[in-house]
Design a protein around this ligand. Structure first.
Ligand SMILES: C[S@@+](CC[C@H](N)C(=O)[O-])C[C@H]1O[C@@H](n2cnc3c(N)ncnc32)[C@H](O)[C@@H]1O
Length: 382
C-alpha cells in the first residue's frame, strides 16, 4: 500500500488505472535496479576495452554515451525507458482529466486559509519551456485547459507520490526537510526572516523551510500558474503558511537585498545557457549581504565517474532535457563567481537524506535514491 499525502484534491485512480501505474513503477525499478547494472558490465567488458584498443586512452562521458547508444542491449533499455515515461504520463493524464474539475473545485475550497497565492497572467513563459515538452509531459508544467485548472500540479503530485514510492516521505519533501535542517545546523548565524524557493512547482520542497524556520516568511516562485494553484491549496490543506507567486526566477520583481536564504531544487538543469546566469544574478541581487544561495540538483559530473556521467544521456536525448549535459559539465563555481558571488564562498557537498536514515520504512524504494542530496551554492559577501 503506497503512503499517499492526505488531501482530497490528490487524484485517485480506478482499479485499472492503479494497475497500469503499478506496472510503470515496477518496470521503472526493474530498468534501474536490474537491467542498468548489466549495461555497466557490457561497458566494462566490451565497450571500454574496444575503445581503448582503438584510441589508446579511456573514453570521456560523451564518448561512452555515444558508444553505448550503438549497443543493442542499450538501445532496448533506452526504448523501454522512453515508452515507460510516455506510459506514465498517459496513465496519470487519463486519471486526472477524468476528475480535473472536481479536484479543482476541492482545491479552490481551501484557498486563502493560510499563506497566499499571487498569479501574473501577463507573465511570458521562458522559450525553453514552450519549445519542448519537458520530461515528455504533454503540455509541460504550465499548460491550462480551463479557468483555475490545477491539472499539471495534480499530475506532478500523483507522479512523484507513485514514483518516489514513499522514499521521500509521505509528503515527498525529504530533500527540503534534509537541506533546511542542514542549513540550520551549518549556518546558525543566518537566523533567516525571509526565504525564497525558486522553481517550487507544487511546493512540496518549499513547505519544510517554514517548519524548520518558523519565524521566517517563506516564498515560492514558479512560472507555472496551475502548479502554483495546486501548491497553494496543498499548503492550505497542510496548514503551512507559505506565499506562492508566479514569477520568472530570472527577474522575480522582489526588491534588492530581500532574502536571507534562496534555494532551489532541480531547477538549474531545466533552464538554458542564457537563462541560468540571469537566475544566479537574480539570486545575488535578492540576497541580503551575508545571505545564502543553495541549489539542489543531480550531482555535477566532476563528482561522478565518466561512466556515471554518461548515464544522463537518456535524459538529454530522449527525455527532453536539452540543457542537462551542458549544465552538469560546467563549473558552477565559475558560474556563481562570474555572476556576483565570491569564489571563496563556493559550497559543494552532499547533504545526507534524513528520512531514509531516520525511518527506514520503505524497503522497496529504488536503491541509492534519496540517500543524499547534492547541493551547490555561495554566500553573498557581508
Ligand atoms: C523539476 S521542477 C522543480 C521541482 C520542485 N522544486 C521539487 O522539488 O519537486 C522545475 C520547475 O521549475 C519551473 N521553472 C523553470 N524555469 C523557471 C524560471 N525561469 N522561473 C521560475 N520557475 C521556473 C518549472 O515551471 C517547474 O515547475
Amino acid at each position: 500500500m503506497l503512503p499517499l499525502p492526505q488531501y482530497d484534491f490528490l487524484p485517485t485512480g480506478t482499479h485499472d488505472e492503479e494497475a497500469r501505474e503499478n506496472f510503470c513503477r515496477g518496470l521503472a525499478v526493474k530498468l534501474a535496479a536490474d537491467i542498468r547494472p548489466s549495461l555497466k558490465t557490457l561497458f566494462e567488458t566490451e565497450v571500454k576495452p574496444a575503445f581503448e584498443a582503438e584510441h589508446g586512452r579511456e573514453p570521456n562521458f560523451r564518448e561512452i554515451a555515444k558508444a553505448m547508444r550503438r549497443q543493442t542491449k542499450a538501445k532496448i533499455w533506452y526504448r523501454l525507458r522512453t515508452d515507460n515515461q510516455d506510459r506514465m504520463y498517459s496513465v496519470t493524464g487519463d486519471m486526472i482529466s477524468r476528475q480535473a474539475k472536481t479536484l479543482t473545485d476541492r482545491a479552490l475550497s481551501v484557498f486563502g486559509t493560510t499563506g497566499s497565492l499571487t498569479l501574473d497572467p501577463t507573465l511570458e513563459m521562458p522559450r525553453y519551456l514552450t519549445e519542448v515538452d519537458i520530461h515528455r509531459k504533454p503540455g509541460g508544467y504550465h499548460h491550462e485547459d480551463f479557468e483555475n485548472d490545477i491539472s499539471p500540479g495534480a499530475q506532478y503530485d500523483r507522479t512523484i507520490a507513485v514514483h518516489n514510492m514513499g522514499s521521500q516521505g509521505i509528503n515527498n519533501d525529504d530533500p527540503a526537510h534534509s537541506i533546511a535542517n542542514w542549513i540550520h545546523a551549518t549556518y546558525p548565524q543566518l537566523e533567516p526572516t525571509q526565504i525564497l524557493d525558486m522553481g517550487c512547482t507544487i511546493g512540496n520542497n518549499t513547505l519544510p523551510y517554514k517548519s524548520v524556520f518558523p519565524d521566517a516568511t517563506v516564498y515560492g516562485v514558479d512560472v507555472s500558474a496551475p502548479c502554483l494553484r495546486y501548491a497553494h491549496a496543498r499548503a492550505c490543506a497542510l496548514g503551512t503558511d507559505v506565499h506562492f507567486q508566479q514569477a520568472n526566477a530570472q527577474q522575480t520583481g522582489f526588491a534588492d537585498n530581500t532574502f536571507d536564504i534562496i534555494v532551489s531544487r532541480i531547477l538549474l538543469h531545466e533552464t538554458s545557457a542564457s537563462a541560468l546566469p540571469q537566475v544566479i544574478q537574480e539570486c545575488y541581487r535578492l540576497l541580503k549581504p551575508g545571505g545564502l544561495m543553495l541549489h539542489c540538483d543531480a550531482p555535477q559530473f566532476d563528482a561522478l565517474t565518466p561512466y556515471q556521467a554518461s548515464l544522463r544521456d537518456w535524459d538529454a536525448t530522449c527525455n527532453n532535457e536539452p540543457f542537462m549535459m551542458t549544465v552538469y559539465d560546467m563549473s558552477l563555481k565559475d558560474l556563481y563567481s562570474n555572476n556576483g558571488f565570491s569564489p571563496e564562498t563556493y559550497i559543494q557537498t552532499f547533504v545526507p537524506g534524513r528520512y531514509i536514515a531516520e525511518k527506514k520504512i520503505d524497503p522497496n524504494a529504488t536503491p541509492g535514491f534519496s540517500e543524499s542530496y547534492f547541493v551547490t551554492g555561495a554566500l553573498k559577501s557581508a
